[in-house]
Ligand binder design. Structure first.
Ligand code: ZN
Length: 352
């Protein structure tokens, strides 16, 4: 039922809110560079780390980070019967099965087996997703939008609505999601086909209306949660529209209370860097070291590190471990919220 549904790869680039990309010049620069990447492909990607770092880093370290993220942003996933289809980044390798830059991995999918209805999370490139859906004989019925950042999460909604007029597009009621037809609030439930139930969890802070989707299927299957840019593997999203108090509630209370076997599908493949940072907070945490080693191995093999699980996050994610007095002590704080705020600030300044 569930798939390796990795929504696009990038941290939130908040063009709507103007919180990250501050000038129209920068937006144009990003668009030009992205267009160029389509033609230059690997060459540009190979060059990006050196060229971009040298040209931009000195004056706009934050902008560089967003720019690099945008290169990795347009990689949608569609969940189909028994497969996960994910467009490959030009610098990614997939050892499993390649079809013209699309990685087809045999994994469970968010598909109702009885009705062959499918849901897709944050579909940024609708044409490709629709093509693959048609090839696999399933009907796209739902879009689950985690938050309004259009460049890498909500930006394909209008187009997919044109292509699939009866599709329902879900999004947070206070998040102004592009193309949203079904606004949801915390606790709202809906279904896909006959066997899949979806629970909306309001997880604000990265954006004020951010929604995570908790998905359950037939008895005996582990549930899954699609956490967008709130919870990453071993990390969390930036506090663009909220406070440390809100992120604590979202991460440690709402998501932290889900069943431990819940599979965590987050918005971006930041796992290796996040685990490297986690070791700066808890150098002696053996679970973090083990997970980092495994994540590096997976990436070298072209395999995603996602999903994780709530249990693993509680063991390795420093942002979800702030209830522990020893973690608070390590960052010089005496409360969970203060520790979360401090760790986020350290991560924002960390250039690992
Ligand atoms: Zn975002």
């Amino acid at each position: 039922m569930f798939c390796n549904a990795i929504p696009p790869v990038a941290n939130g680039s908040n063009l709507n809110g103007g919180l990250e990309l501050e000038s129209s010049c920068f937006i144009i620069l990003v668009l030009v560079l992205y267009s160029c990447s389509s033609f230059l492909g690997v060459a540009l990607l190979l060059a990006r780390s050196s060229v971009l770092r040298h040209s931009v880093q000195a004056s706009k370290a934050d902008s560089l980070m967003h720019l690099e993220n945008l290169y990795c942003s347009l990689f949608p996933v569609v969940c189909l019967p028994d497969v996960c289809v994910r467009q490959l980044r030009s610098d990614e390798r997939c050892e499993l099965n390649q079809l013209g830059g699309v990685c087809v991995c045999r994994r469970p999918a968010i598909v109702d087996d009885s009705t062959k209805q499918a849901a897709v999370v944050d579909p940024v490139e609708p044409e490709k997703i629709l093509r693959v859906a048609q090839e696999n004989g399933v009907a796209l019925k739902l879009v689950l939008t985690t938050h309004h950042h259009w460049w890498d999460h909500a930006g394909g909604n209008d187009k997919i609505k044109q292509l699939v007029p009866d599709i329902k597009i879900y999004g947070g009621s206070v998040d102004n999601v592009q193309g949203c037809t079904n606004k949801v609030e915390n606790g709202d439930k809906f279904s896909l086909g006959v066997d899949i139930n979806i629970l909306s969890l309001h997880t604000p802070c990265h954006t004020k209306g951010h929604i995570s989707y908790f998905v359950t299927g037939k008895d005996g299957e582990d549930p899954a949660v699609f956490t967008g840019d709130t919870l990453f593997v071993a990390g969390c999203g930036k506090f663009f529209e909220g406070t440390a108090e809100q992120m604590y509630q979202s991460l440690c209370v709402t998501l932290g209370s889900l069943p431990k076997p819940t599979q965590v599908y987050c918005g971006h493949e930041y796992t290796v860097k996040n685990l490297q940072f986690a070791l700066t907070v808890e150098p002696e945490n053996a679970k973090v070291s083990e997970k980092l080693k495994l994540a590096e191995q997976k990436r070298n093999e072209g395999v995603p590190t996602i999903p994780s699980s709530i249990e693993e996050e509680l063991e390795t994610n420093p942002f979800m471990r702030v209830d522990l007095p020893e973690v608070q002590e390590k960052v010089g704080c005496s409360s969970p919220v203060d520790a979360l705020r401090e760790i986020r600030q350290r991560k924002d300044n960390w250039r690992g």
